[in-house]
Design a protein around this ligand. Sequence first.
Ligand code: TXA
Ligand code: MG
Length: 321
Amino acid sequence: MDLSVLQAAELLLQGKAVALPTETVYGLAAHALDPQALKAIFEIKGRPLTNPLIVHVLCQGEAEKLTLAPFSSRAQRLVKAFWPGPLTLILPKAPSVPDVLTAGRPTIALRSPKHPLFREILSLCKLPLAAPSANPSGYLSPTEANHVRHMFHEAPIPIVDGGPCQLGLESTILDLCGPQARLLRPGPLSAEALEMVLGESLLTPCMQASPHTPLLAPGILIQHYSPRTPLYLYPYGSALEKKTAKTALIYFKKPQNLEEHTYFLSETGSLSEAAAQVFRMLHTLDVQGYNAICIEAAPPEGLGLSINDRLTRAAAKFSGI
Ligand code: TXA
Ligand code: MG
């Protein structure tokens, strides 16, 4: 069922979950302070209750209603530079925030999305909206409405179709709870851009290999975002080899000879174009009956590091990590 923004706001006010476009990926949104609505998100996604949700708000003032204290000058500087946009901040939470949202943690993840439809819905319903990516837990994130429709075709969820997502990678997550800011998830905003505004260097994430050890920080498990088709990641600049007769090859930049079953993320080698295409390409090829997909990593700099983070996770299940 495709919704108008008004219909979406009404359903959200009734405590229903709705898929919405953001500038990063599609989110599965619900009233962030309604534990029943939040439980619906976890159920629909098959997401473990130990993995907390990001809350989306219009502005810093709305965010501060959910945090323990007003934003520090460090947080304010980041907000001024990057909100609305693909930056999620982790801060100590207000006591009124339900435990199910934060998976019992004393902290909350907050971001102000830039997508005009998402912002219109936030203004209409006047609620903070929790929204994880709108995919079944562990599968590829959706960057088009059709990805959401396809992944949930057995039990359709209402959706606002805002076209393809501009950025195509989930937000950069920065933990501001400690004395030094820590990058928990690389994303569309590079560490360098954040460091420039903060005037300090960031602690970098530590990937966590096993879902069975207690979480240092949720969401940093190595395995995540996998397609069903086995995916193999090759270093940037290397030649891709066919694993089986029916293998798809994805190069970072358009190769000179484009053979059958060969694809590319960017015609010109643009990192932002590749970021916007990577999940779309994997969604498309995952339903074409290939036995394997081999993909070349992005150049390991700037946004390329965020693309490679997602590809490393997507391929981890198939490389025995
Ligand atoms: O771009 C995005 O961030 C998208 C769009 C829809 O906004 N959302 C998204 O949500 O990627 P999700 O749930 O797929 O990823 C959120 C990540 C998870 O890895 C979760 O563990 C982490 O944020 N997270 C949420 N609350 C946290 C907290 N209090 N401390 C540390 N990590 C947290
Ligand atoms: Mg996700």
